[in-house]
Design a protein around this ligand. Structure first.
Ligand SMILES: [Zn+2]
Length: 173
């Protein structure tokens, strides 16, 4: 149904055959096997949007490509990985609004207990390029050890996140 072709080493694209006129969906695969969409604009909640006849959430479109049906009214497409920018079909599942709320609540709790901080692309760019704060100040701000900040600044972690890769998110189709 959806064709996956290798575009670059780390950026893949899905071209839906049913919506040939739609802009190609490009993403890279991160260390959690999340497919991070970098070709489409994000809404205020961080979900990529796609225009296919009308403006839709990309996750709903991916669900449509997989199943041939749009999510039924009252149902939502949930991210098992908790990353709104992810479009890996394996990380998406259909649920009710109620299930989604329960899921978010449980994940919120898990996050509080988790020592591993997950940075957003914007945070990575902020840490790496756009500020004059000390490593220590940033470590305190984000609740991580200084080495985590140092690794980001020296490009030892989050190498995929560059000004270029994030800028492509701003493209409106
Ligand atoms: Zn994911």
């Amino acid at each position: 149904m959806a064709k996956i072709i290798n575009l670059k080493k780390d950026v893949l694209t899905v071209q839906a055959e049913r919506h040939k006129s739609a802009a190609p969906i490009k993403y890279y695969v991160d260390e959690n096997d999340c497919h991070i969409c970098i070709s489409h604009a994000l809404d205020k909640d961080g979900y990529p949007r796609v225009y296919v006849g009308k403006d839709r959430r990309m996750s709903h479109y991916i669900y449509y490509l997989q199943t041939g049906e749009w999510p039924p009214k009252g149902m939502v497409v949930m991210h098992t990985c908790d990353n709104p920018q992810c479009i890996n079909p394996d990380h998406l599942k259909l649920g009710t609004q109620k299930e989604n709320m329960a899921d978010m609540k449980a994940k919120g709790r898990a996050k509080l207990n988790s020592p591993k901080k997950r940075f957003t692309d914007d945070e990575i760019l902020y840490i790496r390029y756009f500020n004059k704060e000390t490593t220590r100040a940033l470590a305190i701000k984000y609740g991580v050890i200084e080495n985590t900040i140092r690794n980001i600044r020296k490009n030892r972690s989050y190498k995929d996140i560059t000004i270029d890769s994030v800028a492509r998110n701003k493209i409106v189709v």
